[in-house]
Design a protein around this ligand. Sequence first.
Ligand SMILES: Cc1cc2nc3c(=O)[nH]c(=O)nc-3n(C[C@H](O)[C@H](O)[C@H](O)COP(=O)(O)OP(=O)(O)OC[C@H]3O[C@@H](n4cnc5c(N)ncnc54)[C@H](O)[C@@H]3O)c2cc1C
Length: 470
Amino acid sequence: MTNNTEALNAIREAVGPKGWVDAADEVEPYVTETRGLWRGKCDLVVSPASTKETAAVVRICADGEIPIVAMGGNTGLVGGGLPNGGIVLATHRMNMVRDIDPVDNTMTVEAGCILADLQTAAESVDRLFPLSLGAEGSCRIGGNLSTNAGGVQVLRYGNTRDLVLGIEAVLPDGRIWNDLTRLRKDNTGYDMKHLLIGGEGTLGVITAAVLKLFPRPRRTETAFVGAASPEAILALFTRANTTLGNMLSGFEYASQFAAQVSFDHMEGVSNPLSGVYPAYGLIEVSNLADDDTARDALEAVLADALEDEVIVDAVVAQSETQSAAIWKIRESIPESQREEGASIKHDVAVPVSRVAEFIREANKRIIKELPGTRPCAFGHMGDGNIHYNLTQPPEMDGQAFMDEWGRFKKIVHNLVADMDGSFSAEHGIGTLKRDDLATYKQDVAIDMMRTIKNALDPKNIMNPGKVLPD
Ligand SMILES: Cc1cc2nc3c(=O)[nH]c(=O)nc-3n(C[C@H](O)[C@H](O)[C@H](O)COP(=O)(O)OP(=O)(O)OC[C@H]3O[C@@H](n4cnc5c(N)ncnc54)[C@H](O)[C@@H]3O)c2cc1C
């Protein structure tokens, strides 16, 4: 326990009896994460009901130099949201949609809104909020903003950063910064919101945001294809991109092993193709017109690719149920992979043109390093972002395999760096990748980051020990 009992009591008072917990069993969900890789500790979990209450809490923490870790849905995958003392500031009670406007095409929302609820809110005014990812039923928009989340629609709509017009945040000294602008044009100096977006809670607590809405597609079509290699799937992507243009809303890749774990281990998932292939692709197209334009265009691309022997097999979903079944293949991979034993994960990006080369070369290097290791590569090929996971050799002890994480990580991240890529495409830095930041990020960039951190948070109370290397 911190000895700052007085400050903690003041925080309890600021948020009222519904706004805090400190009993061990109630604190537990806030100090553990889904995969059990890290365990944190804290003195108090606070859940303010408003921006004003958040500011009051932060002011007390600033005075007492008490660390604050903001928490949304706790679905982050890099250990960024786990506290190491101080308080957790959970956002779930700030969950209002303050305003939604189909003329401005905007939605002003509080940080604790669950992503899936925001998709539904947009739909209620016949609009689309396109951010979509596997954890959407539990992650919260403040977490999405703070990690600049990606997901399955980046190809067409961009990352979270691209979906934001304005934000409201509480700065590390407790001041409220209200920049909830709906403007599409505003060139008035530095665009400060982009520091907090992707800032992983190290520069302030995001309390609300103005999000962009889009016209809602009337038709969405999904296809699943099999091919001889990742190069072939990449060639299909290039064709699809050229022909389908803006209709192309998702393009995912799965290696044979990645798709097979899903077929084998996830209930209700099966291979919709007539054979088993070394590489698979999932294509989604969507269109505003309520006619067959998107479907016809997709079928034409696939027919040409089959005729030219770019791909070997293809199926186009005939119903929403079939489309959901195809997406389930892709979305079930991480969970299904667990059934095959221990796994080491990498979330990397390379230029799209080099994705296939990356997969091939990484497989070669990893298997040479430890024969029997089963690469499980899948992800957002259209964004150049591959989740390059490794499953243990079947006979090996799981823990012994996990002990090799550093060795494998170095091989994969060195290769990514050689290909002008990123060692963290969408999950951020958190705790997991601080040493990678020190290794792979330019010194001048780290210097700028430190300068900004010191300027905004001189007492280092916002998520200390995360993102920046020591
Ligand atoms: C099954 C699954 C699939 C996933 N798929 C994707 C994917 O496709 N793309 C992707 O990008 N990510 C993905 N993720 C990772 C994760 O869901 C995202 O990073 C998500 O954006 C985190 O949101 P959260 O609310 O759970 O944040 P948390 O885990 O609670 O927090 C994440 C970070 O943001 C900070 N933070 C949270 N709220 C605030 C706030 N209001 N102000 C300031 N800082 C804050 C935390 O301190 C922490 O550093 C996936 C995770 C799972 C479990």
